[in-house]
Design a protein around this ligand. Structure first.
Ligand SMILES: [Mg+2]
Length: 164
């Protein structure tokens, strides 16, 4: 039942992502979550490691954008600091914002990879869109309450994969 949600790739953090592998797999756009994937929750601006990561992605000829369920101001500020497009209040795992991204970047779903820390928002959203799903471990354990509830469910689901 949960096979549908199984990540295509699991990594410890964004810094571990093999962008060359993505490029060789025909990926053209990396759609990346912000909170707990690149930033801890109260971190307003990207650190040097994040800027370096984005430059590495772009140097591999991949396009890059940010997708977040967080509010407009926070997401715009973070995206502008990196010089990349950002999509706030995305309502992941709903499809609406992903569709907008496909249209804006003129790519197909199979040319997209999604990187995020939450199986039930980032992961489910990517799967519903038939995009490559890369799950990273959350940067910080200090989560807002509904995220924390999702995490319990996630841990249980990921454990089911391990059992097989
Ligand atoms: Mg997140």
């Amino acid at each position: 039942m949960f096979d549908y949600l199984k990540p295509d790739l699991q990594i410890a953090s964004y810094q571990q992502l093999d962008v060359g592998m993505l490029q060789r797999a025909g990926i053209e756009l990396l759609i990346c979550d912000i909170d707990n994937t690149l930033a801890v929750h109260d971190e307003k601006l990207p650190g040097a490691n994040v800027s370096e990561f984005v430059r590495k992605v772009q140097a591999a000829n991949l396009k890059f954008c940010l997708i977040s369920n967080n509010r407009e101001e926070r997401v715009r500020q973070y995206g502008e600091a990196l010089g990349v497009r950002s999509y706030a209040f995305a309502l992941k795992p709903m499809k609406h914002t992903y569709r907008k991204i496909l249209n804006d970047f003129q790519v197909d779903a199979h040319q997209c990879a999604c990187l995020g820390d939450q199986l039930l928002t980032d992961g489910l959203g990517a799967k519903r869109m038939k995009m490559l799903m890369i799950l990273s471990q959350p940067l910080s354990e200090k989560d807002i309450i509904y995220t924390r509830i999702n995490r319990h469910a996630e841990r249980w689901i990921l454990k089911q994969f391990e059992k097989r």
